[in-house]
Design a protein around this ligand. Sequence first.
Ligand SMILES: [Zn+2]
Ligand SMILES: [Zn+2]
Length: 341
Amino acid sequence: MRAMVLNEPKLPLELRDVPKPKPGRGQLLVRVSTCAVCRTDLHVVDGELPNPKLPLILGHQIVGQVDEIGEEMWDGPEHPDSRGTPTFAIGDRVGIPWLGWTDGDCSYCRSGRENLCDNARFTGYTIDGGYAEFTVADARYCFHLPERYSDVEVSPLLCAGLIGYRSYRKTGNPRRLGIYGFGNAAHLIAQIAIYEERELFAFTRPGDKATQQAARELGAVWAGGSDEMPPEKLDAAIIFASVGPLVPTALRAIAKGGIVVCGGIHMSDIPSFPYVDLWEERVITSVANLTRRDGDEFFKIAPRVPVRTQTETFALEQANTALDLFRAGKLSATAVLTIAK
Ligand SMILES: [Zn+2]
Ligand SMILES: [Zn+2]
């Protein structure tokens, strides 16, 4: 099969003909239709995340069709965080997310926090992902996808949507919600926030009037540069940009008891700030990965809103182009690799 392979961080992906994977116990062999490109893919290529599997097939927002089912389905003890294993038949559409496997046995898995599992494996990072014609995935971590979306449309929901949603839920029940970094994840989560009648404040790169305008058109009550203070104090803020100095900035924009949620997997260093900015029970937290429960919840609410995605498609062979444009900030929508012919 054709695959775009990362041989080593900081090198472009290489188009290679590699053996088609075989589904093991409990796994599905999936013919990949689409795979959206995530900022995490960039972090892996650029060597900003430690110890990727090498060589590696990137990609963790995978939509495809079940082509083959591993001989033995899972028959071990039920995972404590399981929502029941979804059943798949040959030909079913399937979504494969970032969380690829957990042990079901560590203290995190046993307390409903499989996103923090000590031994978790991640699609397109520590196991091969979807920048290829086929991939295998543990059926227990896969999703059935809402029918209203095409394969291209639904693909960005599998990470920007799911992990964005987990970040959003961490904010509690804010009336005024700020989002710093108005890219793909922000665009999806903003739609849910507005649907749930929150006041949305969008912070972009200083001077990025086009994105500010887009945020207003989406329904933000205020949009401005990340160097500006909102007209009113916020109850919560999510930071999707991988820019550490935004943490103290966001902290100064929130009211007493407010929370700042860092939604990315990688961020530059956070500068020091006076304690008074944290005082009065303000909270800073990060969001790591997702649980299957987050995914189930998100795929219920997304079609009701309905959350709309903006996409730009690329052929599998153009993955490097997509990554380069992403890195340069030159994509105006989520890049989606279209793979099955
Ligand atoms: Zn675990
Ligand atoms: Zn991702």
